[in-house]
Design a protein around this ligand. Structure first.
Ligand SMILES: *Cc1c(COP(=O)(O)O)cnc(C)c1O
Length: 414
């Protein structure tokens, strides 16, 4: 299995996927990005790097993850055969580790001593804090103060792993302010620090780099299936788990692909969803790259909302923008309600509690599978497991008992 390969949809050498991507950063950051690009080009040809990474994927993360035929769900929906690629069984519970551990290995090769990362809900921060502990890096995680307040479990875990968590009080006190602070920090110390970006977004080379490190997902699926799948389905936040599943199949036109965005409360309501492609995203340049963003006419980023923190992002990775334009991949969305129903159905039919992000992909499969012949196959990426969402799912699905429990806990232990 070869991790690094090119598809005809790949970026040019400046990181443009057609009209998308590129590198729109302040001049002062260009040397650091060029250093990273050179290191990335080197490891692509470095068999030792690939061997070390595959060993970490296997021994530390628990790869390969299973590709599991969901027989009960298939029978229930009465159409195409449904396979689940279960990234939820990976160490720390989601696909994010594929990227974090690979970039940590790259940072080590580059002689860096410290990892910096941004995080929204904390899942990426957790993955970075984990690999920092494993490799012995100092680690600073920037998180909006608002997110720190509402994501205490992840903040606690990151601290236990030895990371410094900085609550960002600037701006709207959310993810984009955390990104700005992380970049500021990186600028102050580019020799020693490595900025570990968590999805297929940002300036070149990150969208390509993160995609390559996630491509292991689709490469494994290719080996695990005896025949080619008819459909691949995955949820799309920044786009890393989706492109990770798709990449190995992109050049095979017989394989259809569907990316699922967060429909929130409905795409007709401004500020209540995160559907950049299937909603009303506009082309723009934000955070160093060109793509579709939810923004107003003046280019101000609009608020977004989703029940799943991982899909709640105003921009979409540039490669997805390009795959949308070329129609190689179809994009759709699932609402909060549909995702919750899919979460419950998968739990009851297969005994798998999926992350709410992944439940969006399952929601799309629930609509698709019954329309297809029984001879067809769908592979859906279960990007993560659902433990992390306990405070959301329990509050939505069993509010009275859950709130009583929280109150009792606070009173008895306070
Ligand atoms: C972060 C996250 C996502 C969304 O990020 P992508 O880069 O679009 O994959 C999806 N699922 C889970 C479980 C996540 O933690």
């Amino acid at each position: 299995m070869k991790l690094f390969f090119q598809t005809k949809y790949d970026a040019d050498k400046d990181g443009h996927f057609g009209d998308f991507g590129g590198r729109y950063m302040p001049e002062v950051l260009v040397p650091a990005l060029e250093e990273l690009t050179r290191a990335y080009e080197e490891i692509k040809r470095d068999k030792v790097f690939e061997r070390e990474l595959f060993k970490l994927y296997k021994d530390y993360l628990g790869r390969p993850t299973p590709l599991y035929l969901a027989e009960n769900l298939t029978r229930h929906l009465g159409g195409a055969k449904i396979y689940l690629k279960n990234e939820g069984l990976l160490h720390t519970g989601a696909h994010k580790m594929n990227n974090s551990i690979a970039q940590a290995l790259l940072a080590k090769k580059m002689g860096k001593r410290r990892l910096i990362a941004e995080t929204g809900a904390g899942q990426h921060g957790l993955a970075v804090a984990t690999v920092a502990a494993k490799f012995g890096f100092a680690c600073t995680i920037y998180m909006g103060a608002k997110d720190v307040a509402r994501q205490q479990p992840n903040v606690f875990f990151m601290k236990q792993l030895g990371a410094e968590v900085v609550a960002v009080e600037e701006g709207t006190k959310t993810l984009k302010d955390a990104v700005n602070m992380a970049i500021k920090d990186w600028l102050a110390d580019p020799d020693d620090s490595y900025f570990l970006l968590g999805s297929t977004v940002g300036p070149h080379p990150y969208p390509s780099l993160v995609r390559d490190f996630q491509s292991i997902i689709g490469l494994e699926v290719k080996e695990q299936l005896t025949k080619r799948p008819d459909y691949l389905v995955a949820c799309v936040g920044g786009g890393s788990n989706a492109i990770g599943l798709f990449n190995a199949f992109l050049d095979d036109q017989a394989v259809k692909m569907i990316g699922v965005e967060a429909g929130g409360q409905g795409v007709a309501k401004i500020g209540q969803h995160a559907s950049r492609l299937t909603g009303r995203g506009r082309l723009g340049v934000v955070e160093g790259f060109k793509s579709y963003f939810l923004q107003d006419k003046e280019g101000n980023i609009q608020p977004t909302a989703s029940i799943s923190a991982g899909l709640d992002y105003a921009g979409i990775g540039p490669e997805h923008g390009s795959l949308y334009e070329s129609k190689r991949v179809q994009y759709t969305q699932a609402t909060d309600q549909e995702a919750l129903r899919a979460y419950q159905l998968l739990a009851q039919k297969e005994g798998i509690l999926a992350a709410l992000e992944s439940a969006h992909a399952v929601a799309a499969v629930i609509k698709l599978a019954p329309k297809l012949a029984k001879s067809k196959t769908i592979v859906v990426n279960i990007s993560g497991r659902g433990d992390k969402d306990l405070f959301i799912t329990a509050d939505k699905l069993d509010r009275k008992n859950w709130r009583r429990y929280l109150k009792n806990q606070a009173e008895n232990n306070g």
